[in-house]
Each structure stands twice: as structure tokens, then as C-alpha cells.
Ligand binder design. Structure first.
Ligand code: ACO
Length: 322
């Protein structure tokens, strides 16, 4: 039987730091309000000439290095992004060209803040069926470009970044299971109301912004992300004590704490990085995973539960043995 296994992780944050203090000069807010309501202290903003593929490439090269492979070993790229550089080609194709690859499949998936879990779920199935042996899975976003920087209810929450993993075929798991869900009935609670086929003039005018019912999103995120922990451990015949680390979507410390409390997970086992980069959407989970691997918390053999939740609604999880 073939399984997929994470053999390298990488992360990248743009250089420009936007602190809560900086935001005080832009909108009617305070450092204290932002930190106490969200746990976010600062976020990174891509330079004007820096694009999603640039962030993706930086994180991908770090994952390639950590896995000790050559980029030419890659035979599948799946990029999760909401903020593609171009309508087409996909960001994955742009990344493939940067990495010097050709011929193998490279494509994007779009599930907003759950995007990395969807990309990982797809790539895992390619590897398990023998269709790929060495997949590059990336979550990369320049979310700052679909934020109204005069709207204090949303602009304090988001930032830019990218995270990546190399997923290789092996004879033991690895990725133990993935679980993906969507519910389009809630499409009006978190969305950008424009696209290519609808109100495209607003995209051209640079006024395509994220809109959100914060309280409703909060409640849904807590319920979905705590329920999927039970679904994931039960599917593997495990208990929650068998999990070494929970790496939830990094949107808001209050959501993360509420998920941990509802699912009865020891807070010491929860990886939290939201204070330093805010909500980076599809990049948030692989960035947090990379951080926890590099600082030595997540080690070989550990069982790690990854989970994400975002617009759609869409949410997902993966149980991994590192
Ligand atoms: N600074 C100061 N005051 C603010 C700010 C701000 N940046 N934003 C809102 N307020 C005000 C509001 O206007 C309101 O004032 P009012 O009572 O005079 O009307 C007051 O603060 C309270 O507003 P609430 O919306 O009730 O504040 P709440 O405690 O719910 O926090 C927040 C708002 C942080 C947006 C919260 O609802 C939240 O985190 N929701 C989840 C959103 C999220 O994470 N979305 C990301 C995408 S989905 C995902 O990734 C899970």
C-alpha cells in the first residue's frame, strides 16, 4: 500500500511589518482593542512588486531544501490560493515555471482559509493512487490586496504569507486521513462580492474587498473546527490524547482558544502563531506547521492534527504522523 508523508516544510513572510500601532494611524482603533479581540500584534504586507507566486516560490524552496530533494523530483504541484496573480495561468503553473519543471500536473485549488487542507487532501489522493510520488503543496496569499484598509472590522485581521510542504510516497503513513467539507448556504457571511464574471469593473478599479459577518463567522468557525477534531480522531480509531499537536487555522486567538476548550484539547498542545502574522488565509496552517517544525516542537513520529475553516463555508482537517 502507498501512503504519503510530509518530508519537508517551508514558510515565508514578506519583509514589511504592519503593527497594531501603525493601524492606529490609519483607522479608528487601538493597539489594545486589536490584540485583546484577536491576539494579533502584527501582520506582513507584500511589497508592491511582490506577488503570490513570489511568496509561494520562497516557501517552496525552503520545503525543497528541508526535504533534501531537487526541484526536478517534484511531479505534482497544488497551490491553494484566493489571491492568484493572474486569472490564468494558475499560480501553480507560474510556480512550476519558476522551479524549472515541465510536463507534470500543476493546478490551483480555492477554498479560502481552508485551502491548504483541500490542497493537501487532493495531493494525498494523487500520491496514494500512484499518480504522483513527490508533490509540492503550497498555501500562498496576498490577502492584503482584497482588504478595504479603511474598514476597521476587517483590515486588522489579515496579512500576507506562504507555507509549503513536500509530500512523498512511502510505505507507512504519513497522512493518516483528510476530511473536507463545504456548505454554500453560508456564502453570504464571508465573501468578496466580485469576480471575473460578476462586477469585474470593481476588480479593475481595485475595490474588490472582503466582507464579513464577524460574529456569525466566529460562531461557525468554533463549531466546525471543534467538531472536525472529533471526526478526525474517530476515523482513525484514536482518542484526543493520542494527538501530540493541534495546528488550527490562525485567524483569531479567541477562536483558537474556544475550539481548544470545546474539543477539550490541552492548550499546551495547540500551536499558535497568529500574533506575528494575522490571518494569512490558505497560508496560515502550513506557516504554523513550519514554525513548529523549525522550533523543535513538532518532531518525527508526532501525531499532528491540522485544521482550517473559511469562506464558502469550507472547512477541513488532516491527521499526520510526521
Ligand atoms: N477597533 C476598534 N473597534 C472596533 C474594531 C476595531 N478594529 N472593529 C470593530 N470594532 C467595534 C465595533 O464597531 C463594535 O462597536 P459598537 O458596539 O459601537 O458597534 C465593537 O467594536 C464590538 O464589535 P464586535 O463585532 O461585537 O466585536 P467582536 O468582539 O465580535 O470582535 C471580530 C470582532 C474580531 C471581527 C470577531 O467577530 C471575529 O474575530 N470574528 C471572526 C472573523 C474572522 O476571523 N474572520 C476571518 C475569516 S474566517 C476565518 O478565518 C475563521
Amino acid at each position: 500500500m502507498i501512503f504519503s508523508r510530509i518530508t519537508g516544510t517551508g514558510g515565508y513572510l514578506p519583509d514589511r511589518v504592519l503593527t497594531n500601532k501603525d493601524l492606529e494611524t490609519m483607522i479608528d482603533t487601538t493597539e489594545q482593542w486589536i490584540e485583546s479581540r484577536t491576539g494579533i500584534r502584527e501582520r506582513r504586507i507584500a511589497a508592491d512588486d511582490e506577488f503570490t507566486v513570489d511568496l509561494a516560490e520562497r516557501s517552496a524552496l525552503k520545503a525543497v531544501e528541508a526535504a533534501a530533494i531537487e526541484p526536478r523530483a517534484i511531479d505534482l504541484i497544488v497551490v491553494a490560493t484566493t489571491t492568484a496573480d493572474q486569472v490564468f495561468p494558475s499560480t501553480a503553473c507560474l510556480l512550476q515555471q519558476r522551479l524549472g519543471g515541465e510536463g507534470y500536473p500543476a493546478f490551483d485549488v480555492q477554498a479560502v482559509c481552508a485551502g491548504f487542507l483541500f490542497a493537501l487532501g487532493v495531493a494525498d489522493k494523487f500520491v496514494r493512487t500512484g499518480a504522483a510520488r513527490c508533490a509540492l503543496v503550497v498555501g500562498a496569499e496576498t490577502f492584503s490586496r482584497i482588504i478595504d484598509w479603511t474598514d476597521r472590522r476587517t483590515c486588522v485581521l489579515f496579512g500576507d504569507g506562504a507555507g509549503a510542504v513536500i509530500l512523498q510516497a512511502g510505505d507507512r503513513p504519513g497522512v493518516m486521513s483528510t476530511h473536507l467539507h463545504s456548505d454554500g448556504r453560508y456564502k453570504d457571511l464571508l465573501y468578496v462580492p466580485v469576480g471575473v464574471s460578476r462586477n469585474f469593473s470593481k476588480v479593475r478599479a481595485g475595490t474588490a474587498y472582503t466582507t464579513m459577518e464577524g460574529g456569525e463567522v466566529f460562531r461557525w468557525a468554533v463549531t466546525a473546527m471543534s467538531d472536525i477534531i472529533d471526526e478526525t480522531v474517530q476515523a482513525n480509531g484514536l482518542g484526543k490524547d493520542d494527538i501530540d499537536w493541534l495546528i488550527p487555522h490562525q485567524a483569531n486567538i479567541r477562536i483558537i482558544n474556544a475550539v481548544g476548550a470545546r474539543a477539550k484539547i490541552d492548550p499546551d498542545k495547540v500551536v499558535v502563531t497568529v500574533s506575528r502574522h494575522g490571518n494569512t488565509s490558505a497560508a496560515s496552517v502550513p506557516l504554523a506547521l513550519d514554525q513548529a517544525v523549525r522550533d523543535g516542537r513538532v518532531q518525527a513520529g508526532h501525531r499532528v492534527l491540522l485544521e482550517g475553516f473559511g469562506g464558502g463555508f469550507a472547512w477541513g482537517s488532516a491527521l499526520i504522523t510526521m
